[in-house]
Design a protein around this ligand. Structure first.
Ligand SMILES: NC(=O)c1ccc[n+]([C@@H]2O[C@H](COP(=O)([O-])OP(=O)(O)OC[C@H]3O[C@@H](n4cnc5c(N)ncnc54)[C@H](OP(=O)(O)O)[C@@H]3O)[C@@H](O)[C@H]2O)c1
Length: 275
């Protein structure tokens, strides 16, 4: 299949291009040559005649979205609409990557695909608006919500913590937000599998298990053999422009029922990332 990947140079997009390449023709689509906020992006995608599209492009700086909501909605909502309109014109299915931040974290047990979203900030709201555009415009779509990505490319929490632990010998990390860390390459393999099917709909896909940011940092430091103190702090001690969900674990219900097996536990995925 000829598959166009938006955000192809990002953390997930790059892994996805690599996962698709052996069995598909991959068309990479990213800034600066292709800006999804421009209406002309619909023609630009259509001109490449993909048979399916995976939409990884997004404004992922959560606090940046809070500071500049117009930019967040332009990329995350309007950009998704443009991708969906291109797919509508082509009759091609679209896979939209979404986020645990569409939930408010009040539930305190894993969120199912049909739980009611209630985002706390502009990143989550703009990503949810992107989901809505996809649902409104297309009959054949996948929406895959994931969480806490780490990978080889781009800015991510794990590498940031390790760099700071090495440099300072100590890090302070919030211990009152719980989620499921997910290795970008593991998610990419799952998306590559899904896009070749007709099992359309909404999925939650993460590595197995859950932890706090502090537990993730402590495990990454331990596995890396760095001698550094990893101190737990509360969110109140680390104020950010965006309120984050205290609990955003995603039950991978539809994925497991459709494909039979969950993704591996996050600790195993982290170990491979660091090895
Ligand atoms: N990272 C996480 O923890 C996480 C968690 C849950 C869900 N997700 C979702 O997973 C997907 C992939 O995330 P990621 O971490 O791989 O993101 P990323 O590394 O920030 O990559 C996003 C890509 O989109 C591109 N992009 C931004 N604005 C664009 C525009 N106007 N037109 C075209 N491309 C544009 C970026 O280009 P520039 O770099 O040049 O801006 C970048 O290459 C996103 O949909 C995100 O919302 C991520």
């Amino acid at each position: 299949m000829r598959i166009l990947v938006t955000g192809a140079r990002g953390m997930l997009g790059a892994e996805l291009c690599a996962a698709l390449a052996p069995t598909h023709e991959v068309v990479a689509f990213d800034l600066p040559e292709a800006d999804l906020t421009a209406p002309g992006s619909i023609d630009a995608i259509a001109a490449r005649r993909p048979e399916a599209l995976v939409h990884c492009a997004a404004m992922t700086d959560v606090d940046g979205c809070e500071r500049d909501p117009q930019a967040a909605y332009a990329v995350n909502a309007l950009g998704a609409r443009h991708a969906a309109l291109a797919c509508q014109r082509l009759g091609a299915p679209l896979l939209y990557v979404s986020t645990d931040f569409v939930f408010d974290g009040a539930k305190r047990e894993p969120y199912y695909e049909w739980d009611q979203p209630n985002p706390l900030g502009h990143y989550g709201r703009s990503k949810l608006a992107g989901e809505q555009a996809v649902r409104e415009l297309l009959a054949q779509f996948f929406i895959v919500r994931t969480s806490w990505l780490f990978g080889r490319r781009g800015r991510n929490f794990v590498d940031g913590i390790l760099a700071k632990a090495r440099a300072d010998g100590a890090v302070r990390v919030v211990n009152d937000q719980t989620g499921s860390p997910t290795r970008a390459a593991d998610l990419a393999a799952a998306l590559a599998r899904l896009i070749g099917t007709q099992y359309f709909g909404t999925y939650h896909v993460t590595n197995g298990g859950c932890c706090t940011w502090h537990e993730l940092a402590a495990e990454a430091v331990r596995l890396s053999g760095i001698r550094a103190e990893v101190a737990p702090i509360s969110s109140a001690d680390y104020p950010t422009p965006t309120r984050r969900p205290a609990y955003s674990v995603l039950a991978n219900f539809c994925w497991e029922r459709t494909f039979g097996a969950p993704l591996r536990p996050w600790r195993d995925a982290l170990k491979e990332h660091l090895s």
